[in-house]
Design a protein around this ligand. Structure first.
Ligand SMILES: Nc1ncnc2c1ncn2[C@@H]1O[C@H](COP(=O)(O)OP(=O)(O)OP(=O)(O)O)[C@@H](O)[C@H]1O
Length: 610
């Protein structure tokens, strides 16, 4: 219920004002060109009913051939000019104008994804809003582009209706109200179906999201391997057979409502037109109108029906646009808690490393039922190298997400140099961190651009030294275009395909390039070979020199070169100290270490490993 209210937060007029002001801002020339089509929309059909009237009157009045010829020439020339201009705008311009608007909306949508608070994108409610917003722009008939046609169309139709209404009103005062009443019935039926359709939008958006995922998954190179080796295609088939029928059922129900609406429209149109024609025929027989007038009125009645039909259709389209526009604006206007305006800056003069305190931090994911972090307390001194270890699901990555500002605590505080993170500006905060996450995501740009995060003015020497430090330079310099080689094969045909370990090294180089105050490495060696792993340990001091660092790893031996180790269990720190102290304590850390080293010892002694 609350969701529905939110969807319709703006009225149709407010949404039209929004779309028109955006359109004016992006393409004022296109807007003027689109509106210049309105006289053609009105005059072409109007001349279509005036021409027969003039011709029949000339003939029935016995006018000279000269008058007939002049009438025909004037009308034909005018019609020809209007048609040409109309075609030029409608087919030559409107498509490009609408597409331009759609692209601009797409840009706003993508920009929001890139800049909004992380929970807005990761939570399923945020995902749903994102999908719904996409329906405003994902094809030419969607609101973002269709609004161009609708606005121009409804203005032309309204003007045409006014002129035709004047003509049919002179037949009989009851004709126009009767025509309007019937069109209103058609419109109301359409609205009822729209409401029914609205009721299943959440369900259809969810199904679309799931089906989009299923369609996208087989095109993912990485998934391609699993799909083949493990015959996952059968599982996919199973998933398709769950979601496809559900989607088809939903669409079929929707189509049935629209079919009923079409039948109703057909019957009402027939009644409306039939009654008007009967009236006109009687007037001709009574001699109150000429045969020329008859054809004009005949055309005008049909014309009014057409204008009213057009208007009801345009109103439906505009209503559809309005619902989609509300959803689009809902997504764009999702509040961001972590903002730049009015926030403080941190004193980072002299590039001193920062100190970080977690003070009674609680955290629960937006859609989760239980806290992931529970009363988490720790302090990382400026320049300290801290290791965070724990079992799967203990909350290590969540802790990183909070520390680097992707999420905010749901309870307690995180202090950076004694300042509450919520008081700091977002850009300022993100500037502090370099993070190597477990998943490697690269943009379809060159290696150098990915490492530096800059399109042009990068320090190429620095890129090279970061690649060297990360152990990737040997591989990169052998590529035909070196550090200027493009990544991502989906967009770049000759893009470079890196192995899992190489991608991890590239992430490391990227983290090193950014002169951040805190370096966070979340399982940075998971995909590295033993040589590369060893090199990373050897150079860890150099990599993190002069910075505060947090190192997460399941290989406990790798955390020995850190100053201190925190052992995380069920979202809180249960043990803390250096390796020796934790081993002496004989707690969970010591147990995990023993289990792991036992494995290596057995291997080294040549005994079978269980
Ligand atoms: N986006 C999310 N929404 C809801 N719950 C989540 C989300 N991400 C993680 N969780 C849950 O939070 C808990 C901690 O996850 P987290 O990834 O922080 O653990 P971890 O210690 O890093 O685990 P691992 O060692 O396997 O990487 C898990 O139970 C996980 O299911």
């Amino acid at each position: 219920m609350e969701e529905k209210k939110k969807k319709l937060r703006y009225t149709t007029l407010q949404n039209l004002r929004y779309a028109l002001s955006k359109w004016w801002g992006w393409d004022s020339r296109g807007l003027v060109q689109a509106f210049s089509r309105i006289p053609c929309v009105v005059l072409i059909p109007l001349m279509g009913i005036l021409l027969p009237r003039e011709v029949i009157n000339c003939v029935t009045e016995g006018a000279a051939y000269g008058r007939l010829a002049v009438t025909l020439v004037i009308f034909t020339a005018l019609l020809c000019a209007l048609h040409m201009y109309d075609k030029y705008i409608a087919q030559g311009k409107l498509f490009a104008i609408g597409l331009k608007n759609r692209m601009n909306y797409m840009y706003l949508w993508a920009e929001k994804i890139f800049t909004t608070d992380f929970p807005n994108i990761e939570s399923s409610s945020g995902q749903r809003k994102k999908e719904k917003a996409l329906q405003f722009l994902y094809q030419s008939s969607a609101g973002g582009e269709a609004v161009v046609d609708c606005v121009v169309g409804i203005c032309g139709d309204a003007l045409g209706l006014i002129i035709y209404a004047g003509i049919v009103s002179s037949i009989h005062p009851a004709v126009l109200p009767a025509l309007v009443l019937m069109s209103a019935l058609i419109y109301i039926a359409g609205r009822i179906i729209k409401k029914l359709e609205l009721g299943i939008r959440d369900e259809s958006a969810d199904l679309e999201r799931k089906l989009n995922y299923l369609f996208a998954a087989p095109t993912d190179f990485a998934a391609g391997k699993d799909l083949r080796i493990y015959k996952i295609s059968r599982w996919f088939g199973g998933l398709f057979s769950i979601y496809f029928p559900a989607m088809i059922k939903l669409c079929a129900r929707n189509e049935l409502w629209w079919f009923a609406d079409d039948v109703l429209q057909g019957i009402l149109n027939l009644l409306r037109d039939g009654a008007c024609y009967l009236l006109l025929i009687r007037m001709v027989l009574e001699g109150s109108i000429t045969p020329g007038d008859f054809t004009m009125y005949f055309g005008a009645v049909a014309g009014v029906s057409q204008w009213l039909n057009n208007i009801t259709k345009q109103v439906e389209k505009i209503n559809r646009f309005s619902v989609q526009c509300c959803e689009f604006r809902d997504f764009l206007e999702m509040p961001d808690g972590f903002v730049n305006d009015g926030k403080e800056c941190l004193d980072t003069e002299g590039n001193r490393p920062v100190d970080i305190t977690f003070e009674h931090v609680f955290f629960r994911y937006p859609d989760a039922e239980a806290d992931t972090l529970r009363d988490l307390n720790f302090h990382i001194r400026a320049g300290e190298k801290l290791a965070l270890v724990g079992l799967n699901g203990a909350g290590k990555t969540t802790c990183v997400k909070l520390m680097c500002g992707l999420y905010h605590p749901t309870g307690g505080r995180i202090l950076i140099n004694g300042k509450d993170m919520s008081k700091l500006s977002r850009d300022e905060y993100y500037r502090l961190f370099s993070v190597v996450f477990q998943e490697a995501n690269f943009m379809p740009f060159t290696i150098a651009q990915n490492v530096s995060g800059a399109m042009e003015d990068m320090d190429r020497e620095r890129v090279k030294s970061c690649l060297e430090l990360a152990g990737l330079w040997d591989r990169v310099q052998k590529l035909p275009y070196g550090m200027d080689s493009l990544l991502n094969r989906e967009l770049n045909e000759d893009g470079v395909e890196l192995s899992g370990g190489e991608r991890q090294k590239l992430l490391l180089a990227k983290a090193l390039y950014k002169k951040a105050f805190v370096v966070i490495l979340d399982e940075p060696t998971a995909a590295l070979d033993p040589i590369a792993e060893n090199e990373l340990y050897q150079s860890y001091g150099e990599l993190t020199e002069g910075r505060t660092s947090l190192y997460i790893s399941h290989r406990l031996s790798s955390t020995r070169f850190c100053d201190r180790i925190l052992f995380l269990e069920n979202g809180r720190v249960t043990e803390t100290g250096n390796h020796e102290a934790l081993m002496a304590a004989k707690g969970a850390y010591a147990h995990m270490y023993e289990v792991q080293s036992h494995y290596y010892k057995k291997k080294a002694e040549g005994r079978p490993v269980v």
